[in-house]
Write a protein that binds this ligand. Structure first.
Ligand code: GUN
Length: 307
């Protein structure tokens, strides 16, 4: 298991997402073997309808991750200018395929494509993102089939580092469908890595600093580089930085990745913090693999006993 006691010089624990994600991948690889023994190879289809270089990178990383744990990956690229019907047709085909257990359409989509219609088109049993309204409803009802990958990954990190959520004041900054809303829903629920007094802040929140100043747990998911700094945090808070922002920099690629939290000033104030990169990002990817094997198990009636 991952060693989770490392502290840096400021006394802040650095939450190692790479290490926890490696544990999740090991668990997934073992479940892939169980499925293989039953004659099933789990399969994930990724669909990219975008010219955005970041989206292209994310999708190719997902394919590579699949290969590492023995999941078959199928990839479909659709021209960003193509009619939406082409995407619907692709989803219909993937819904039908027996060798495909999970279908992921990379977001964001071009403006002429209605995201909600797309997400409803994927059959809920293959919706490994957990974005179909049926799966959103199940999550809110406390009966999740697929937890969305990023908030699920955050829960796993909090569990791995024994961060007490029960009775804690948790503040989620950001209200996106992908992270903020499901994250808040999970933290407030009864059960493990739940039972938190949960507040959601967003662009219309009047006094973010006041709210953050008493937060035991901060989940930063606004997509604004270094939006939160150390002066805004309570001493000893656990800080989970979901942001992965590309900012111009004098590097080979011409950019560097920074989070939604100003890491240097937050370190030393926070009790624990996730770095960017190497914090939440690897967990999001690992939880997609987890959901894919879960989907394959559910579809084939194999009990995978996933934690
Ligand atoms: N774009 C950014 N994050 C995600 C995600 O979790 N799932 C999908 N499908 N697209 C994304």
């Amino acid at each position: 298991m991952t060693e989770t006691t490392g502290e840096d010089a400021d006394g802040t624990r650095i939450i190692d997402g790479e290490a926890v994600a490696a544990d999740v991948r090991d668990e997934v690889a073992a479940r892939v073997e169980t499925l293989e023994a039953e004659g099933v190879t789990p399969g994930l289809a990724t669909v990219l309808m975008s010219d955005d270089p970041a989206s292209e990178t994310y999708v190719s990383m997902k394919q590579r991750d699949c290969e590492e744990v023995g999941i078959e990956s199928v990839h479909v690229e659709i021209d960003a200018d193509a009619p939406a019907e082409e995407l619907y047709g692709t989803i219909d085909d993937l819904n039908e395929r027996e060798d495909v257990h999970g279908v992921l359409v990379q977001l964001p989509l071009p403006d002429h494509v209605d995201k909600r219609r797309v997400l409803r088109r994927i059959v809920p049993e293959k919706d490994v993102d957990g974005f179909h309204p049926e799966n959103v409803g199940r999550l809110v009802a406390g009966d999740a089939r697929f937890k969305p990958c990023t908030p699920h990954g955050v829960q796993k990190l909090l569990a791995a580092y024994d961060v007490e959520t029960e009775g804690a004041d948790a503040v989620v900054v950001g209200r996106s469908d992908i992270v903020g809303k499901p994250m808040a829903n999970l933290l407030v629920q009864k059960g493990p890595v739940g039972n938190a007094t949960t507040t959601v802040c967003h662009s219309r929140t009047e006094d973010l600093e006041e709210t953050l100043s008493t937060a035991d747990i901060v989940i930063a998911a606004v997509g604004v580089p270094e939006f939160i700094d150390g002066s805004m945090l309570k001493e000893g808070a656990t800080v989970i930085d979901v942001g992965i922002n590309r900012v111009d920099a004098d590097t080979e690629k011409g950019y560097e990745l920074v989070g939604d939290v100003e890491y240097e000033s937050a370190k030393g104030v926070a009790g624990a913090i996730t770095p960017v990169p190497g914090g939440v990002g690897p967990m999001t990817r690992a939880m997609l693999l987890y959901n894919t094997v879960k989907a394959a198990g559910l579809q084939r009636g194999v009990d995978l006993d996933l934690s």
